[in-house]
Write a protein that binds this ligand. Structure first.
Ligand code: SAM
Length: 260
């Protein structure tokens, strides 16, 4: 084995080990769903009605009470929000890979509402978010409704790639439409699902692709791809933004489409 292939092999072993450890420590999604529902009820469900930022703050509080939730927390959300709000044209369409409890989807919906006002839905603002787990689909739909965002945020059940193709075939997402893709499902799908976006030509020049957990559990192939600028007609400029979390420094990768 040459020195390079030995290095690649050992990196693969490390990455597989990290994935195995992470899988073993993945929280039970259904238990956490029940606990979160109870927490929202106990804290006065009505205070969160049509109040998305109060709801996301409560979900973060819940996550800090010892019940681990794999949500996209502040300060990462702040980094993505600033990038989204500083786009030259106000964003209208966001697709999200990995809904879970709906925390980030609610945040994206609230940001679109903040940018476009209370009639954001009538102006065509949409967040399409994709989730495999039916328990999480039910919980996130309920929370989206509580936040008053159900006309903007749509939770689609099933593998993300199938849901995106379906939206495309139905004409709900068309070529050049997507202002931001947020990639936050299982890391092994990151690159394939980004390439599906490319195949369907959903990006325009200036679209953002925000990806979480590219450092840990890690999405090395995805990272290599966006950092090298892509391999096809869609070209990216990409940068990792590090923030401090309870578990230590963590990176969110923001890639801007510079050519389509
Ligand atoms: C890290 S969580 C998403 C967190 C969410 N974005 C937030 O910040 O609130 C990842 C979710 O992606 C879902 N998931 C994983 N692979 C998927 C796939 N291929 N298609 C759809 N959902 C997937 C998992 O079931 C899990 O609920």
């Amino acid at each position: 084995m040459s020195q390079t292939s030995w290095w690649e092999w050992s990196q693969g072993v490390v990455s597989n080990l990290q994935h195995s450890i992470f899988s073993l420590t993945k929280p039970s999604q259904s238990n956490n769903a029940d606990f979160l529902r109870a927490y929202i009820k106990e804290h006065g469900e009505e205070t969160f009605r049509n109040n998305p930022w109060a709801l996301t703050a409560a979900i973060e509080d819940f996550a800090s009470t010892g019940k681990h939730l794999m949500i996209f927390k502040e300060p990462k959300l702040k980094i993505a929000r600033e990038a989204l709000e500083s786009l030259p044209t106000k964003p209208k369409l966001i697709i999200e890979f990995g809904t879970y409890v709906g925390n980030s989807a609610i945040a994206w919906g609230a940001i679109l509402q903040g940018l476009h006002g209370p009639n954001a839905a009538e102006k065509g603002c949409r967040v399409y978010t994709f989730e495999l787990d039916p328990i999480m689909v039910r919980l996130s739909r309920d929370l989206v409704q509580l936040a008053g965002l159900d006309e903007i945020v749509h939770v689609l059940e099933g593998p993300a790639s199938e849901s995106l193709r379906k939206l495309y075939n139905e004409g709900k997402v068309t070529a050049g439409d997507v202002d931001m893709a947020f990639i936050d499902h299982w890391e092994e799908y990151y690159l394939a699902d980004l390439q599906l976006c490319e195949e369907l030509s959903v990006f325009h020049k200036g679209s953002l692709v925000v990806a979480d957990n590219t450092d840990f559990p890690g999405a090395p192939k995805y990272l290599e791809y966006v950092r090298s600028g892509g391999s096809g007609a869609v070209r990216y400029e990409s940068e990792g933004y590090t923030s401090q979390t309870k578990r230590g420094p963590s990176v969110v990768e923001i890639s801007t489409v510079v050519e389509v």
